[in-house]
Every structure is written in structure tokens, then in C-alpha cells.
Ligand binder design. Structure first.
Ligand code: MN
Length: 202
């Protein structure tokens, strides 16, 4: 089974002014498409061909660089597009809002801690909000296209929110100002989608 590049759930310009259309288009049609194509090439003719992407990542041989980088890149971007929306932003409510307050003290404290994880990732990588079985939340960060589902990554739980901090995600509009991009991300977070991920994986 070959993986397919998913369609975005909104237009390339839908997240402006927070994330510009040109960045979104290149990110989706070049970067995400590249990971998808290379993942398919890396698993072709192997046992991995019949597995879901979650199975591939959670059972990954971390020495398999092609699957680690491209499988992570495929999965991470699929989540990234889904957790953003032109109608996003604001604060999470309901059980996710309660879980954020329990884990981090307040939404503002969560925002500070998540932004710090995104800002302090040296070079390329991701910041994550993950849920553990039982509902506890954790913030972490991974390098490159690594993902919390991968074994021994030091980031436990199931990822329900991911922020791409590779320069390709923001450089055209924000140049080296990663903190401005991270702040803008909070204006487009689709909390309904994150809450769905929380409910399904707690
Ligand atoms: Mn990316």
C-alpha cells in the first residue's frame, strides 16, 4: 500500500497572515510530497508495505534512516496540516482545556512551555503536545523528522499537536524570527482537532 499526499483541509492562503500562501504551497507540494514519495520508495518490497504509518513508526528500526526520516516526515506533516485552521486560535475548552490546566497550571503557562520547546530546538525539528494513556499531557521536542511514536525517542505518549520548526516552515515570511512564527501558530491552532486527538488517545 503506497502512502498518498493528503489534500490540505483549507486553501494555501487560508492561514494568512499568520502563515503565507507561498510557504504553505511549497511546504505541501515540495517538502511533504518529497517525504511521501521517498517513504514509498523506502518501504517498497519490504514487510513495512502492509503496515499503517503508526505501526511503521512505533516499530521502527531507528537505524533505518530512509524510513525514519521520510516516514516521520510523512506522518508529522499529516498531523501538522490537520491541527491548523483558518478558524483556529483561542483557548481549548472542555476536557482538553481541563487537562492543560492540570498539567501546566494554566493555558498561558502551557503556551510559554510549548513556545520554549519550539524555540529552543536547535536546528530542525518539532515541538509536540502528547497525551499518555490515562489522559496526562506532556510537552516535548524532537530533532529532524523524529516523532514521539518512535521507540526510545525520549518523548512519550501519543502526539496530538505538532509544530514544525524547520526553517522551510517559516523562512520566506519570518526569516530568522522563529519566535514570531511560533507566536503566530497559536492564532491558527485547530483546538477542536487537538481535542479529538486527546479524546481518542487518552
Ligand atoms: Mn516541514
Amino acid at each position: 500500500m503506497a502512502f498518498e499526499l493528503p489534500k490540505l483541509p483549507y486553501a494555501y492562503d487560508a492561514l494568512e497572515p499568520h502563515i503565507d500562501a507561498r510557504t504553505m504551497e511549497i511546504h505541501h507540494t515540495k517538502h511533504h510530497n518529497g517525504y511521501t514519495t521517498k517513504l514509498n520508495g523506502a518501504i517498497q518490497g519490504t514487510d513495512l508495505e502492509d503496515q499503517s504509518i503508526e505501526e511503521i513508526l512505533s516499530g521502527l528500526d531507528m537505524g533505518n534512516g530512509a524510513v525514519r526520516n521520510n516516514g516521520g516526515g510523512y506522518y508529522n506533516h499529516c498531523l501538522f496540516w490537520e491541527v491548523m485552521s483558518p478558524n483556529g486560535g483561542g483557548n481549548p475548552s472542555g476536557e482538553l482545556g481541563d487537562a492543560i490546566n492540570d498539567a501546566f497550571g494554566s493555558f498561558e503557562d502551557f503556551k510559554d512551555k510549548f513556545s520554549a520547546a519550539a524555540g529552543s530546538r536547535f536546528g530542525s525539528g518539532w515541538a509536540w503536545l502528547c497525551v499518555h494513556k490515562g489522559g496526562k499531557l506532556e510537552i516535548c521536542s524532537t530533532p529532524n523528522q523524529d516523532n514521539p511514536l518512535m521507540p526510545g525517542i525520549g518523548c512519550e505518549g501519543y502526539p496530538i499537536l505538532g509544530l514544525d520548526v524547520w526553517e522551510h516552515a517559516y523562512y520566506l515570511n519570518y526569516q530568522n524570527r522563529r519566535p514570531d512564527y511560533v507566536a503566530a501558530f497559536f492564532s491558527v491552532i485547530n483546538w477542536d482537532k487537538v481535542a479529538e486527538g486527546y479524546a481518542s488517545n487518552k
